[in-house]
Design a protein around this ligand. Structure first.
Ligand code: HQG
Length: 178
């Protein structure tokens, strides 16, 4: 289990932010060759075979990664800072979406809204548990509500990633409820 989480962390870094850590090249849709990933992991002293990689993909708690149909390519489903097109589906959101953050960002958020910072999108969830976990990565979590349906009705686009994360470009402050 620990080994799987460890591999998952390296994959998150390489497939979302820094492909060079595993010597990978991502195509415009975010795919890396499975063969290159296995070679890259081996060079880091993390030798695994394809079946274990498949287990990492399938058992990941947030379904962060996916394999293509031929199972010769792998990518992260969301969370990138690198500019890639993962073919996100535009969807009409539920009335309220949640965002987990911490107190030190609150003033800036209530002034400027939720910004995507270094990622490609602002990340939101349809339930509070995920938002709590996301906020807890940085300290005592604060859960903000976003009037998502109101935003959508007023022309803002929302996307739902393959693994169920709600994404949007920017949430103006007037739609954020503390
Ligand atoms: C904050 C993980 C100042 C925002 C999680 C957050 C998530 C502002 C931080 C995914 C701001 C950005 C993303 C503003 C937002 N001024 N700070 N105007 N607007 N912020 O890591 O949402 O587990 O880029 O509140 O589960 O924390 O890795 O975004 O604290 O889904 O799969 O700026 O990453 O996914 O931080 O997390 P991040 P996030 P994984």
């Amino acid at each position: 289990m620990k080994a799987i989480i460890n591999i998952s962390k390296i994959l998150s870094l390489a497939l979302r932010h820094k492909p060079e850590v595993l010597d990978l090249t991502l195509d415009e849709n975010g795919w890396a060759s499975v063969e290159d990933v296995l070679i890259g992991l081996k060079s880091k002293g993390k030798e695994i075979d394809f079946l274990m990689l498949k287990q990492v993909v399938e058992e990941n708690n947030k379904k962060r990664f996916s394999l293509n149909e031929d199972e010769d390519k792998i990518r992260a489903s969301q969370g990138h800072s690198i500019k890639v097109d993962v073919g996100l589906k535009e969807e009409f959101p539920p009335e309220i979406l949640y965002h987990g953050t911490v107190a030190k960002f609150l003033d800036l958020i209530m002034e400027n809204g939720l910004k995507k910072m270094s990622r490609q999108h602002v990340h939101l969830s349809h339930e509070t548990i995920t938002a709590t976990n996301v906020g807890s990565r940085r300290g005592k979590p604060i859960i903000l509500k976003v009037s998502a349906q109101k935003m959508a009705a007023e022309g803002y686009k929302f996307y739902l990633s393959e693994n169920g994360v709600w994404l949007t470009d920017h949430v103006p402050a007037k739609y954020v409820i503390n």
